[in-house]
Design a protein around this ligand. Structure first.
Ligand code: B1M
Length: 214
């Protein structure tokens, strides 16, 4: 195995067991030896979390294992963030992002934010478990071009509709483009709740956001 393959393998394995310090060390080592942030993300870190999810579904992993794996990934993302978001591009629009009420997952949302920033968007992140009231207040304060909602659980996806209804009630729906996404979300679901756009991953989210603004 080459050094790079060993680092990628290490990143995958150590994320899987939630060894945060080792994941950080390997991320830095990867950068020092010329691995790209994209390769570390898409060839090791994300596949590892997918495996964590698969093990959780099979009953081989429980919430604590998911938690430490998630933390390990977040640590790596902190190191990669400035590199992924490096851009000379001018601001192409303002994006107000949040994970919906009842949902604490934020890694996917953060990755979308990083990619949007890298493409020149000004991103305002309201965080996780964000209520429709906070979304409305955020839109009033920041006047974004696009409002993005992430949901990662089938039980929290209905919050998309609640958020869109709240925007409607506040008279703001026609002022903003609404995008939705997250692991269980589909184009059909996005259409059914009346969102303007959907994307399955961070790179597609950037493409879609630009398309919707054009
Ligand atoms: Co949770 N969890 N979790 N979890 N967790 C999932 C999502 C799950 C799929 C695992 C599984 O069963 N296979 C499952 C959901 C099943 C379902 O409803 N369909 C699940 C469950 C059940 C739960 C709990 C209910 C477990 C429990 O308590 N019994 C609980 C819920 C807590 C809550 O929110 N109220 C829970 C808790 C947790 C932790 C806290 C332990 C931790 C979260 C850590 C964190 O986020 N800070 C965690 C983790 C780590 C996961 C998995 C393993 C990894 C998620 C992740 O970060 N993926 C996950 C399994 C999996 O996804 N395979 C799982 C990597 C990330 C890069 O991908 O999140 O899909 P993803 O984001 C993508 C796209 O979705 C898209 O782009 C992103 C980047 O490419 N995208 C958008 C995201 N937002 C977008 C917005 C857009 C466009 C695209 O436009 C606006």
């Amino acid at each position: 195995m080459t050094d790079h393959q060993e680092i990628l393998r290490g990143l995958y394995d150590e994320t899987l067991v939630g060894n945060g310090p080792r994941v950080l060390e390997l991320t830095r080592q990867g950068l020092e030896t010329g691995l790209t942030p994209e390769s570390m993300l898409f060839d090791a870190l994300i596949p590892s979390l997918e495996e964590v999810g698969a093990r959780f579904e099979r009953g081989d992993f429980f919430v604590p294992e998911m938690l430490v794996a998630g933390r390990a990934m977040s640590g790596a993302l902190d190191v990669l963030r400035p590199l992924l978001a490096e851009t000379g591009a001018q601001t192409v629009g303002t994006f107000l992002m949040s994970t919906v009420k009842g949902d604490v997952h934020d890694i996917g949302k953060n990755l979308v934010n990083i990619m949007l920033e890298g493409a020149g968007f000004h991103v305002i992140d309201l965080g996780v478990q964000v209520s429709p009231e906070k979304v409305v207040a955020g839109v009033q304060e920041h006047k974004p071009d696009i409002v993005g909602f992430s949901a990662f659980l089938t039980t929290t996806m209905p919050m998309f509709k609640a958020n869109i209804n709240a925007l409607q009630k506040a008279g703001l729906r026609d002022d903003v483009i609404v995008m939705v996404g997250g692991a269980p979300v589909t184009q059909e679901y996005a259409d059914a709740v009346g969102a303007d756009g959907y994307a399955a991953d961070a790179a597609t989210a950037v493409r879609k956001a630009k398309e919707l603004l054009a």
